[in-house]
Design a binder for this molecule. Structure first.
Ligand SMILES: NC(=O)c1ccc[n+]([C@@H]2O[C@H](COP(=O)([O-])OP(=O)(O)OC[C@H]3O[C@@H](n4cnc5c(N)ncnc54)[C@H](O)[C@@H]3O)[C@@H](O)[C@H]2O)c1
Length: 320
């Protein structure tokens, strides 16, 4: 059988990325256990799966150990946007570091393969462009973003130490900006901010002069990359960059969102937040070679789907 049924644990499974991964793996027939403390995730994100025999959801905080029998673990638990990870920075570091120790301990005990959702933030404010996996980064260890950036760096260290010391089978990916339905409407990230502001007919806030670029990957493409990475042989550990290398200036993104929503919003400019990188773009040569992966969804198509999601959500909440 090309797709034998596996028992798969997804930490952070009720979040934006985690819930899409749950959808895909449940549809493939695997037994999926979604673990989440619902800090930024929502039960609604996985509500559609609750009736399925091969899906289970558990409220649990991964800073505490978990004892379950599984074949594969995707470790996604961690707030991902600055507003959320800076809300309780000590808890953010604990989630990344103690959470990694707990999932790695579990993987070691049950001999599971374990996947880490790392981040392009490990590159900090990069001096190399685009970023390749061997670039070691330019992170401020004491700034307001450090709880996330350094937490994720330490988690990578732990993954590679478990691999060297205990031969744990690890898969580390570094995720670049991803967008799509089920993003948190108040996460302060550029795509969700712009869409929500445009749908509400508010002016659109652009930080800096909007010339800084970002590259956005649609969630379905990213999840495909996760599954391909998990399926690689034991010799493939990563880190592998996953993201869309097509850059767009933030200002242009704002203008595109206004056009697609059909809004009358104007752009208003505010100072750039501390340590906000000016440019961030993945080199995905390694993902292309190893995983035969590259993004396929055009920005315009992904934006239309994301706008549709936010429109439904805001209507349901009576906000538009
Ligand atoms: N979305 C992106 O563009 C992006 C980019 C880089 C890295 N990542 C990484 O991918 C992962 C998922 O990101 P996302 O965008 O889906 O964010 P998200 O905030 O929607 O999802 C994170 C999930 O983890 C849960 N969680 C947080 N702390 C927890 C804890 N201590 N115990 C159990 N659950 C906990 C949250 O409730 C949420 O459901 C994160 O690890 C993030 O760092 C995401």
């Amino acid at each position: 059988m090309s797709n034998p049924k596996k028992r798969i644990l997804i930490t952070g499974g009720a979040g934006f990325l985690g819930s899409h991964l749950c959808d895909r793996l449940v549809a493939q027939g695997h037994d999926v256990l979604c673990v989440d403390n619902y800090f930024t995730g929502r039960r609604d994100n996985v509500a559609g799966l609750l009736g399925q025999k091969n899906f289970e959801a558990l409220r649990h905080d991964i800073t505490w150990p978990l004892y379950v029998e599984v074949d594969e673990i995707y470790n996604l638990a961690c707030p991902a946007s600055p507003v959320h990870y800076q809300f309780d920075p000590v808890q953010t570091t604990k989630t990344s570091v103690i959470g990694a120790i707990n999932v790695l301990g579990l993987a070691k005990r049950v001999k599971a393969k374990v996947f880490q959702a790392s981040t392009s933030e490990v590159y900090g404010d990069p001096t190399v462009h685009p970023q390749t996996e061997d670039y070691r980064g330019n992170v401020n260890p004491i700034g307001p973003r450090a709880c996330y950036d350094e937490g994720k760096r330490c988690a990578e260290t732990l993954f590679f130490d478990y691999w060297r010391q205990h031969k744990t089978r690890i898969k580390v990916v570094r995720i670049f900006n991803t967008y799509g339905p089920r993003m948190h409407p108040q996460d302060g990230r550029v795509v969700s901010n712009f869409i929500v502001q445009a749908l509400k007919g508010e002016d659109i806030t652009v930080y800096g002069d909007g010339s800084q670029t970002r590259a956005f990957c649609y969630v379905d493409d990213l999840v495909e990359g996760f599954i391909r990475m998990m399926a690689t042989g034991d010799d493939v550990t990563g880190p592998v960059n996953l993201g869309n290398p097509m850059e767009i200036p933030v200002r242009e993104l704002a203008e595109r969102v206004i056009r697609l929503v059909g809004a009358k919003s104007k752009l208003v400019f505010r100072p750039l937040p501390v340590d906000d990188p000016l440019q961030r773009c993945p080199d995905i040569t390694m993902a292309k070679d190893l995983l035969k992966w590259e993004p396929t969804v055009a920005l315009e198509d992904g934006l239309v789907k994301t706008i549709g999601y936010f429109e439904g959500l805001l209507r349901e909440r009576g906000e538009i």
